[in-house]
Design a protein around this ligand. Structure first.
Ligand SMILES: [Zn+2]
Length: 339
């Protein structure tokens, strides 16, 4: 064989290997949850029942039929290329789709857990369309101002202050963001803030974290606790109770075992819910409808936690058994009765 032919074979083989590997890397891990946790939506919703709908990540709709609270309201889900290479802005069609799937026409409050793009990016537009008040950190307020949401629809929340919404009482508690690789894998107590109105399109990293909250939702029928990001602040949740705890576990599989245990103790341990609902375990770039997927393989390679997809189910099943707690995962969009 001539040199030319050998080179042609080598390069075309290399090309195929790279192509196949790229396809593999941009594919998705299986969901990091136990399939036996899944519950279905309820067909009959009793009058006045407190219900939840889940879109994915920590986008939830909680309603008692009279008042509706949306958390995050994130539907845009920019793809990998847009997220890494381009500037991003809210996807108006995706927001229309998401609101329709959740059967929302109006709402009372949109609460953003923190100001990263996968939480607060669409929140001002969702508030605009539903007539809701947007509640969140000073950084989230800057995203809202940049989007042109009127000041009387923006509430900058105070740590541990209570806000009534119909029969609900919302109490945001600062609990920090989960450790991220860009912050050396440590909980960052001096989180970065957005200090001027943010006008998209902007880079993904322009959505700086701001304060991260756990949200306590009190209702005469029962109490709900939601942590959007797998971070904690020592003893911050002391004195709060929850019947249901919706726990954001993004990145959990890649954390040190010591951190995993502290995170559990500082959330579930302190508030003693009867049921834990893991959220924010689905891929950020996965589609907005259909089955949930786990993390994109490329991301899980970067942030770790992909080595053992059964790590989270094992950890959670063990804790739940030890402490007599029920575990469930929600269906997509279908309404589930909590109380
Ligand atoms: Zn985040």
């Amino acid at each position: 064989m001539s040199i030319k032919k050998v080179l042609a074979v080598v390069f075309s083989t290399l090309f195929i290997v790279i192509a196949v590997y790229s396809i593999y890397l941009t594919g998705y891990e299986k969901p990091p949850v136990d399939p036996s946790w899944a519950v279905e939506g309820n067909k009959d919703i009793p009058e006045g029942a407190v219900t939840v709908r889940w879109t994915g990540t920590s986008t939830l709709v909680i309603s008692d039929g009279s008042s509706t609270i949306i958390t995050d309201g994130w539907f845009s889900r920019p793809g990998l290329g847009d997220a890494l290479l381009n500037n991003i802005s809210p996807d108006m069609e995706a927001i229309t789709f998401g609101l329709q799937k959740n059967q929302i026409t109006n709402a009372d409050a949109v609460f953003a857990f923190h100001s990263h793009y996968d939480h607060a990016m669409d929140a001002p537009e969702v508030a605009k369309r539903t007539g809701a008040t947007l509640m969140g950190s000073p950084s989230t307020a800057m995203i809202a101002k940049g989007w042109g949401l009127s000041d009387n629809q923006i509430t900058v929340v105070e740590d541990r202050q209570s806000y009534p919404v119909g029969a609900f009482t919302l109490t945001p508690i600062i609990t920090y963001h989960a450790p991220t690789p860009t912050e050396g894998g440590k909980v960052n107590k001096d989180y970065e803030k957005i200090t001027a109105p943010l006008v998209p399109p902007v880079a993904i990293l322009d959505y700086r974290v701001g304060a991260s909250y756990t949200l306590h939702i009190e209702h005469p029928k029962g109490d709900i606790m939601i942590t959007g990001s797998a971070g904690y602040r020592q003893d911050a949740l002391q004195g709060f109770n929850a019947d249901y705890y919706l726990l954001g576990i993004g990145g959990f599989g890649g954390f040190e075992p010591a951190y995993q245990n502290i995170f559990w103790d500082q959330t579930i341990g302190l508030t003693q819910p009867h049921t834990v609902i893991p959220i924010h375990w689905d891929s950020l770039t996965g589609p907005i409808e259909g089955e949930f997927t786990g993390m994109m393989r490329l991301f899980s390679m970067i942030i770790g936690g992909s080595d053992n997809p059964d790590m989270i189910p094992t950890f959670f099943n063990n804790k739940a058994k030890e402490q007599g707690i029920k575990l469930i995962t929600l269906p997509r969009y279908d309404e589930v009765v909590l109380f």
